[in-house]
Write a protein that binds this ligand. Structure first.
Ligand SMILES: *[C@@H]1O[C@H](CO)[C@@H](O)[C@H](O)[C@H]1NC(C)=O
Ligand SMILES: *[C@@H]1O[C@H](CO)[C@@H](O)[C@H](O)[C@H]1NC(C)=O
Ligand SMILES: *[C@@H]1O[C@H](CO)[C@@H](O)[C@H](O)[C@H]1NC(C)=O
Ligand SMILES: *[C@@H]1O[C@H](CO)[C@@H](O)[C@H](O)[C@H]1NC(C)=O
Ligand SMILES: *[C@@H]1O[C@H](CO)[C@@H](O)[C@H](O)[C@H]1NC(C)=O
Length: 574
């Protein structure tokens, strides 16, 4: 063995000792929080009225997050993704404040709104004490500058404190479909510009490599979620991922599996599964593109990606409408959550899903969670808890489980049945008023006549019949997750299957306007005519808490029109 390969082995051992492997990450599930909106300190002196539409700091801190870790751990999560921690630019009256953390100003300083360095370290220590891992959100491809945009000195930006570190000003234009434009131009606009850091400049790259390495070490970071991956070249991410030496997952906002899967060659370990996000939402919110289209998208992604089992599966995040937005049917939302956990990939859940929040796009979807009471008894919280705990049990029973690719046993427009190892999932979009006597019939893999399976949601049992077939009745449109009864553990927390009273979605103000089309919302090549062709944004507020005098409604209306533009832009930026 040469000297070189000796060194390689030693290096490998060293990195294994510190970082969790890809295989370890596959077994985890991630809870995503916006620090400013997740929890308040008990002794907070003055509470502000936290209406997400105002886009201002609402007071959430790392200390408060730490105090609410029971709530997250009870839900069964063993990793937490927190919003960016670095110092941001100050508020701007036009456009709100940087409570979300994506308007970076100084990557060597923390955002004082959320606490001190000791507070952050203490949160991370507490997570580790509970065997929960921390995922940091990293937005380093740009530095924010408040408008009006005149030639800027960048004197206060750290470490990129002069214009030579940036690409010259030009605006990103998605319509151009030009990679150079996406990578070199600036996101944002005249109000808040995101000055594009020149990620091809070797001096820049070297500074960032050193910085990320130090940051990961100093804060015992377990993973990085890399923001706006589309806006810097693959070569750059490769270097960042290598210096970080921990699990990396990229945000590549696209509906195209081909484009997204390319980034599995970038040196990042994973990406958030945007290509499946839209097909999943459409399937469960019944807008015409149903499960056959989801199947189509799944096949395309499997055809393009080197490994789909490591992708981050999600059904909502801080940029997208919540899964329950305009989808008040309990069974469909529960179906989407079940799919999120039982299908291939690492499950990611955006805070508030467990309280069935149903807001639209940002800024609406960054609700102050403290206003919803951290209820741990409701059906959604209990479903997520069961999903997490069940998944852990299955991983214990079958060490290959997380690497298995689900076998899709049956797809119809209204439902899908798939089997991953010994777990069979039946999910559909029938809704709570599913037809009386509805029964789904399919042939499972490997289970022969007489095998008894238990549905971990209802705890009902079913037997494989003489034709090696299962007949599963559907009740109230609820999903079913079947597991061999002889392996089932009674200690698994029970799902609260209470049927909730139906919530009517009453939009008080509805503004419909055309809006920048997301890159792709349909699986490419999926037959047209199956899905709605209009991309519209409707800004809605739920009826209960929203009654304003006419003058205010007018102001709100103008504000909403403005916000609609903003939302379109921010969604693409973040
Ligand atoms: C966070 O909590 C610690 C320990 O209770 C306390 O010393 C510190 O001052 C708190 N941080 C803030 C910003 O209040
Ligand atoms: C269904 O989900 C898609 C994708 O997120 C969204 O564009 C559409 O507006 C949703 N429909 C309803 C009724 O919420
Ligand atoms: C890869 O994805 C593209 C769409 O992004 C699709 O047209 C193509 O058929 C896929 N390739 C395979 C091998 O599935
Ligand atoms: C919400 O649902 C209502 C009723 O189905 C529909 O009229 C409206 O267009 C939907 N809004 C969105 C944003 O999809
Ligand atoms: C089930 O959920 C309902 C509605 O949130 C709640 O009232 C009830 O207490 C819950 N039951 C249990 C056993 O947690």
């Amino acid at each position: 063995m040469s000297f070189f390969s000796h060194c390689l082995i030693i290096l490998l051992l060293v990195s294994i000792a510190f970082a969790h492997s890809l295989d370890e990450w596959r077994t985890r599930s991630v809870y995503q929080i916006v620090t400013d909106r997740f929890a308040l300190d008990d002794d907070m002196k003055e509470r502000i009225i936290c209406d997400p539409i105002r886009s201002i700091y609402c007071g959430g801190t790392w200390n408060a997050t730490k105090k609410h870790l029971d709530y997250i751990q009870e839900l069964g999560f063993d990793a937490v993704w927190i919003s960016p921690v670095f110092a941001n630019i100050d508020g701007n009256d036009n456009i709100g404040e940087a409570y979300h953390g994506y308007w970076t100003k100084n990557i060597y300083q923390l955002n004082a709104h959320f606490g001190t360095e000791e507070d952050l370290l203490s949160l991370i220590d507490e997570l580790h004490r509970r065997d929960m891992w921390i995922m940091m959100d990293i937005a380093i491809n740009s530095m924010a500058v408040a408008g009006p945009i005149t030639p800027h000195s960048f004197k206060e930006h750290v470490p990129f404190n002069n214009p030579s570190y940036y690409h010259p000003l030009c605006w990103v234009d998605y319509e151009l479909l030009d990679i150079k434009n996406l990578q070199d131009c600036w996101l944002g606009d005249e109000r808040i510009a995101l000055a594009d850091v020149d990620t091809e400049n070797p001096v820049v790259v070297e500074k960032l490599e050193r910085w990320i390495k130090d940051f990961v070490e100093e804060f015992h970071v377990d993973a990085l979620r890399l923001d706006a991956v589309k806006h810097a070249p693959n070569e750059f991410w490769k270097k960042i991922a290598a210096s970080a030496g921990v699990f990396t997952i990229g945000e590549y906002f696209t509906g195209s599996p081909k484009e997204a899967c390319e980034y599995q060659k970038s040196g990042m370990d994973s990406f958030l599964n945007f290509p499946l996000y839209w097909p999943i939402s459409w399937a469960f919110n019944r807008t015409g593109m149903e499960f056959d289209a989801l199947k189509y998208a799944i096949d395309q992604e499997r055809g393009n990606c080197s490994d789909v089992t490591v992708l981050g599966t999600f059904i909502s995040n801080h940029d997208l409408p919540r899964i329950a937005h305009n989808n008040t049917d309990q069974a469909r939302v529960m179906g989407a959550i079940t799919f999120n956990f039982m299908f291939d990939g690492i499950p990611f859940v955006y805070y508030g899903t467990e309280q069935n929040l149903h807001s639209y796009h940002d800024p609406f979807n960054r609700e102050p969670l403290w206003e919803y009471g951290y209820d741990t008894k409701n059906p959604y919280y209990s479903l997520i808890r069961t999903m997490n705990n069940f998944r852990k049990q299955v991983i214990k029973d079958d060490s290959e489980y997380v690497k298995r690719i689900s076998h899709i046993l049956k797809t119809k427009r209204k439902y899908m049945v798939f089997q991953k190892g010994d777990v069979i999932t039946v999910t559909g979009n029938w809704g709570v008023h599913s037809p009386e006597g509805l029964t789904i019939q399919f042939m499972p893999d490997n289970f022969r006549q007489g095998t008894e399976l238990i549905d971990i949601i209802s705890r009902e049992k079913f037997k494989v019949n003489a034709r090696n077939t299962l007949l599963v009745p559907i009740k109230n449109g609820f999903p079913r997750v079947l597991y061999p009864a002889n392996k089932f553990k009674e200690s698994l927390p029970q799902v609260n299957c209470t049927l909730l009273p139906e919530v009517k979605f009453v939009p008080s103000v509805t503004v419909t306007t055309h809006y920048v089309k997301p890159p792709t919302t349909m699986p490419e090549g999926y037959p047209k005519g199956h899905h709605p062709s209009i991309y519209a944004i409707a800004v809605e507020r739920s009826g209960q808490s929203f009654s304003l005098p006419p003058a205010q409604i007018l102001i709100q209306f103008v504000l909403i029109l403005f916000l609609a533009q903003l939302v379109a832009f921010v969604t693409l930026v973040l």
